[in-house]
Design a protein around this ligand. Structure first.
Ligand code: GLC
Length: 734
């Protein structure tokens, strides 16, 4: 598009965009920052204030002249060529209709846990690019994506939006998603900063944790995501963190994010997460969704605070500067959204690819999978499998571009109870299986009565039970049991027919009291709009499963850090707290430290072929690096995910994922994988000195295909190092 050079801003933006790559929102203090400073220097106080508070989307913003139907709207400054911010959700696809006359439909991707199960950052980047492209084509220039909260509680209602329990896996994948979105000149967030690990009482909950442990876990995930994705904005969370609300928490926002990490973008609030004007002097730069808050804290009240000397003018300038700088750095000024055609068919192919690669084969006794082509009568039970696949609910819920949907209302007393419904996509696993197995008779039972299901099971060669667990924003599930008596249905089916397979469509790990009674177990997560096909392709063997668990599957609630869901039954707005006493030992780290054997460990996933590791080399010195050969020793092509774990550091037991790689291998083929550990994973954070400390000594490494399979080990000596709190793998990028 030929740039309009009439306005100074357009000219500056053109210079800026020519000077820095579009996605480099976290680029060195250079072109975007200085251009923003010049622009802010020409603004009146009122113009600056305009940028600092935004409306919810829809009707409220239409009254302000906004026509782009989405989640949020911040007016621009036409005089200076600064566009309005048109904001839409979220990581798993574009939720708002925007300017699209076809309405809110978009590519509905599988859950974040499915993407995380692929251990494939390139795939995450491709997904981000598609979501960014579709957002831009619908008139949006901000995508409220980049969910990077760690899965600390296996009942958290939004884990399906996130990337699991490990900081490295989460940071790498979230960073890739964000970079993908911003490469399309759409500004991405990373969210929800920080420690938003439960949905129950999310708006009042005080998340308590040792500050050093927070640096080594949730904050490290965000730090890696920001380094890699360079998000134009960080969205602060609803909850409190060690007392102060996250959006008014100067220790986190000013201290960690801006001072220690040198973050130059802007902090936007979550929708309804601002409680005072003085959040402006605690690191918050923009109030979002102001109608949901008690007051427009960053409008007239902020102007008055400046006039009363309670908020320095310099802080207002900095707030505006951060917003404008990110707009310039991501290129939303000189690459405004262009309503354009969307290749939904091509994008659906990527959604199918993620679903296929994200499905995790957990049990395959006697090779019951892939389904024998000679199976003449297959019974399918439950999970609405005749009709479609389940999705997660809330602000991230996408209307699919294809297949259609149907809903089951749920309701309830939790914060979003009035909106809570189970959303299903008409991508039927049963139809896909019929298409894949034309010679088989495929029968269905809805799985409502165990006796009905058992009766059908007795008549079949093989039985596939689909079991589902719905998750929705604003609420955690009370425990890990499969809801609505599904366990009894599985048990009855397994008793009636030993050739039973369970396919799970869940937003979290679930308890499986029937695990020993069935021959096959598959975790398909929320598989997205092409999920029916993906599940059938994996069951029939058209696709070799390659997913690996991004979070531990405990045996049951009793085995978890907090056997009882914190604050279960409390009033939604009660002042409560959760003590995340596990600190940095999240997930597999905690099970190892407590010597507890989960049902299925982090990183676990079976294949229809087999892989072997060999020839591990571990080198030390300043960095800890490993190289290992992985070979496909089976008889069909497949993808391996060798994972390198630190098992002890200078003599101290310390289990940390320090590297992983997904490699596609033909039978007999091998690949040499080389990984270098991020030094922050080797050490500990010294909060008093505000530095990372890596002790000198012997470091032991294991490489395997899960956190519990040390197939090959090695060690090396690492020299002691101290790194600044904001240490960055690429120091030149600061
Ligand atoms: C929600 C969510 C946030 C979302 C925002 C806008 O409450 O917490 O993830 O981006 O509001 O819909």
């Amino acid at each position: 598009m030929k740039p309009n050079l009439r306005s100074a801003a357009a000219f500056i933006a053109l210079v800026v965009s020519a000077a820095i790559p579009a996605h480099a929102a976290g680029s060195p203090a250079g072109a975007a920052d200085s251009a923003a400073r010049r622009l802010v220097g020409r603004m009146t106080l009122d113009e600056k204030i305009t940028l600092l508070h935004g409306s919810t989307g829809g009707r409220a913003s239409r009254a302000m002249g906004n026509e782009v139907n989405g989640a949020g709207f911040v007016p621009g400054i036409a005089r200076l060529g600064i566009p309005a911010l048109h904001e839409t959700d979220a990581t798993l696809g574009v939720v708002g209709a925007g300017l699209d006359p076809a309405g809110p439909k978009a590519t509905a991707f599988p859950s974040g846990l499915a993407l995380a199960s692929t251990f494939d950052p390139d795939l995450g980047a491709r997904m981000g690019a598609i979501v960014g492209q579709e957002a831009r084509a619908k008139g949006f220039n901000v995508l409220l994506g980049g969910g990077a909260n760690l899965a600390r509680d296996p009942r958290n209602g939004r884990n399906f939006e996130y990337l699991g329990e490990d900081p490295l896996l989460t940071g790498v994948l979230a960073g890739a998603e964000i970079a993908g979105v911003q490469g399309q000149h759409v500004l991405s967030t990373v969210k929800h900063f920080v420690l938003n690990a439960n949905e129950t009482n999310r708006k009042t909950l005080d998340a308590r944790i040792d500050p050093a442990a927070l640096r080594e876990s949730d904050l490290l995930a965000f730090q890696v995501a920001i380094e890699r994705g360079r998000p134009g904005s960080v969205m602060c969370a609803y909850n409190r963190v060690n007392g102060p609300y996250a959006c008014g928490n100067d220790a986190l926002l000013d201290g960690v994010l801006k001072r220690d990490w040198g973050y130059r973008g802007f902090v936007m609030s979550d929708w309804g997460a601002v409680h005072a004007t003085d959040y402006a002097v605690k690191g918050l730069d923009q109030q979002s969704g102001e109608q949901i808050d008690d007051k427009v804290w960053f409008g007239d009240l902020l102007r008055q605070a400046v006039q009363d000397g309670k908020v320095p003018q310099a802080r207002i300038d900095d707030m505006a500067q951060r917003i404008v700088r990110s707009m310039l750095a991501v290129g939303i000024v000189d690459h405004p959204p262009q309503p354009s055609a969307i290749d939904y068919k091509g994008h659906a192919g990527t959604a199918l690819e993620i679903a296929r690669k994200g499905i995790v084969l957990l049990k395959n006794e006697g090779g019951i999978l892939p389904l024998a082509t000679h199976a003449k009568r297959i019974a399918i039970v439950g999970g609405n499998a005749q009709f479609g696949v389940l999705t997660g609910g809330g602000s991230s819920q996408v209307t699919p571009s294809d297949h259609g949907t149907f809903d089951t209302w749920v309701g309830g007393q939790n914060e979003l109870g009035d909106l809570r419904k189970e959303g299903w996509i008409r991508s039927s696993p049963m139809d896909a299986l019929k298409a894949a197995l034309p010679g088989a008779e495929i029968l269905y039972d809805p799985g409502i009565y165990p006796s009905d299901a058992a009766a059908l099971a007795r008549r079949a060669d093989i039985v596939i039970v689909f079991a589902t667990q719905h998750q929705f924003e604003g609420a955690d599930v009370p425990d890990m049991t499969l809801p609505r008596g599904q366990d009894a249905v599985v048990a009855a089916v397994a008793k009636a027919n030993p050739n039973a397979i369970v396919v799970l469509e869940t937003g979290n790990p679930v308890a499986m009291p029937w695990a020993d009674s069935v021959k096959g177990i598959v975790e398909a997560w929320y598989p997205g709009q092409e999920g029916g096909q993906a599940i059938a392709h994996m069951l029939t063997g058209a696709v070799n499963p390659s997913g690996h668990l991004p979070m531990t599957f405990p045996v049951d609630d009793a085995q978890t850090v907090r056997p009882d869901l914190p604050n279960l039954g409390a009033d939604t707005h009660a002042d409560v707290a959760v003590d995340y006493s596990e600190g940095a030992e999240v997930g597999y780290r905690w099970y190892a430290a407590k010597a507890r054997k989960p049902l299925f460990p982090f990183g676990f996933g079976l294949s229809y072929t087999r892989f072997a590791m060999s020839d591990l080399k571990v080198s030390g010195g300043r960095d800890l690096a490993i190289s290992v050969t992985v070979r496909n020793v089976g008889d069909r092509a497949g993808a391996a995910v060798p994972q390198a774990y630190l098992s002890s550091a200078a003599g101290r037991p310390l289990l940390r994922l320090i590297g992983f790689r997904r490699v596609e291998l033909e039978p007999g083929q091998s690949s040499r994988v080389t990984l270098t550990a991020d030094p922050r994973l080797l050490g500990h954070f010294d909060a008093a000195a505000n530095v990372w400390k890596i002790d000198g000594g012997r470091y032991a490494v294991t490489v395997g295909q899960s956190s519990a399979s040390a197939e090959i080990t090695g060690q090396a000596t690492v020299t002691a190092r101290t790194l600044p709190a904001g240490w960055h793998p690429d120091e030149s990028a600061r």
